[in-house]
Design a binder for this molecule. Structure first.
Ligand SMILES: NC(=O)c1ccc[n+]([C@@H]2O[C@H](COP(=O)([O-])OP(=O)(O)OC[C@H]3O[C@@H](n4cnc5c(N)ncnc54)[C@H](O)[C@@H]3O)[C@@H](O)[C@H]2O)c1
Length: 256
């Protein structure tokens, strides 16, 4: 039986909530009683998620927002402030990957796209979230990094660099804000069958899924639910002394 979490009345903000982990997390936090602030660069997708949750009784603020754009991020948080007087939990989940290429074949446009979403996006959201949480001296933030934020990732060097950067921001913020009662942790999933991974498997074709499965100590890909349950646990009030942690949810991949 699945663990029951209680986020009753808490305000939970999730970026990249239009798809994959972010969408399922929005559903699970709503089912645990949270009020939600959701954004995604794909405004239509996140709007659909929000309408479904509202139909099931949740309170949701929703915005189309590119997390790498400071003005759009400021507008999203202003919309959150207009509706809610607190921010309890933030999950900085929005992210992109890139085509598998050797490092010398990548270019600056790719760098800007990946760093913009994955690293500048987490930075800009963290600034807004911490400023609000400091006022109430409480909060839990979870940054979605990756196994590629712990390990090097051949042919995904820019993605790996961005996710290593997320861990640097996480650890530094944990050290700065722990005394304010704010916990900041990083979650590091490995290959899980979300639309992001499905798209790269489709592009790679052939035996790529089998290769990924064989390369994992548990000989399989992750399930979205396994990652989202770790999100709930990482952010729940009972998990009150975990701060600055880098949490692999990867079948043991990063242990090797
Ligand atoms: N799926 C995996 O195996 C895996 C493994 C490790 C880490 N991750 C990380 O998990 C997070 C979620 O990935 P997913 O697999 O659910 O992918 P996904 O593509 O299904 O969802 C990502 C969402 O983020 C949104 N997004 C992208 N760029 C954005 C931006 N600049 N501003 C706002 N929203 C933006 C997308 O529109 C999409 O809805 C990402 O940070 C990803 O790097 C995924």
């Amino acid at each position: 039986m699945r663990t029951r979490y209680d986020f009753d009345n808490q305000v939970v903000l999730i970026t990249g909530a239009g798809s994959g982990f972010g969408k399922l997390a929005a559903e699970r936090f709503a089912a645990a009683g949270a009020r939600l602030a959701l954004c995604d660069i794909d405004g239509k997708a996140v709007e659909v998620v929000a309408r479904q949750l509202e139909a099931a009784g949740a309170t949701v603020v929703v915005s189309a927002c590119d997390v790498g754009d400071p003005e759009q991020v400021a507008a999203f948080f202003a919309a959150v402030d207009a509706r809610f007087d607190r921010l309890d939990v933030a999950i900085n989940n929005a992210g992109v990957s890139h085509a598998k290429l050797r490092l010398h074949e990548t270019d600056l446009a790719m760098w800007e796209r990946v760093m913009g979403a994955n690293l500048r996006g987490v930075y800009l959201c963290l600034q807004q979230e911490l400023a609000r949480m400091v006022e109430r001296s409480s909060g839990a933030i979870l940054n979605v990094s990756s196994a590629a934020g712990i390990l090097g990732a051949p042919f995904l060097s820019l993605y790996s660099a961005s996710k290593h950067g997320v861990i640097g921001l996480t650890k530094s913020a944990a050290l700065e804000y722990g005394r304010k009662g704010i916990r900041v942790n990083a979650l590091c999933p490995a290959f899980t069958l979300t639309p992001l991974v499905q798209a790269s498997l489709d592009a790679a074709g052939g035996k790529s899924r089998t290769n990924l499965e064989v390369g994992n100590p548990m000989r399989r890909l992750g399930e979205m639910e396994e990652v989202v349950q770790a999100m709930l646990w990482a952010c729940c009030d009972d998990n009150s002394f975990m701060n600055g942690a880098v949490i692999p949810v990867d079948g043991g991949l990063a242990a090797g």
